[in-house]
Design a protein around this ligand. Structure first.
Ligand code: 5GP
Ligand code: ZN
Length: 118
């Protein structure tokens, strides 16, 4: 697939080389449980194609960015937090603590949160 890197952790999950607990999958998007959950619900939603961050993805393929957001909502529904509420986060760059440079939307819920984030 175009834009898939064997060096990238999440590309390796898309390829099936690293196992993940899949919550939902379409032709273009994958939702799976975060390995180190920060809340009772903590799902990551990624495009199968590699983009380093949300803005790069949205500029290159706006429809795909929409699919990631729609799938985040679907993952919240599947996880049972759509009614109680949830947070969508795209950590972007060093100050935001991004560690995996394959765009991913954190779907976090199942507990009350504070604002602003730390
Ligand atoms: P970031 O800080 O880049 O926004 O978040 C990366 C997320 O990926 C972290 O929440 C981390 O727990 C998660 N993560 C890192 N490695 C793996 C892995 O191998 N499998 C899964 N399912 N999640 C991972
Ligand atoms: Zn990747």
């Amino acid at each position: 697939m175009r834009g898939v890197s064997s060096e990238c952790l999440f590309c390796r999950i898309v390829a099936g080389a690293i196992p993940a607990k899949v919550v939902h999958e379409t032709d273009t998007v994958l939702a799976f449980q975060d390995v180190n959950p920060q809340a009772p619900t903590h799902v990551l939603v990624i495009p199968k194609e590699h983009y380093p961050d949300a803005a790069t993805m949205a500029n290159a393929d706006p429809a795909l960015a929409g699919e990631v957001l729609a799938t985040a909502g679907e993952a919240a529904k599947i996880s049972g937090v759509d009614a109680s509420g949830y947070r969508l986060v795209f950590n972007t760059g060093a100050d935001a603590t991004q560690t995996v440079f394959h765009v991913h939307c954190h779907v976090i819920g199942g507990r009350a949160m504070t604002w602003p984030p730390g």
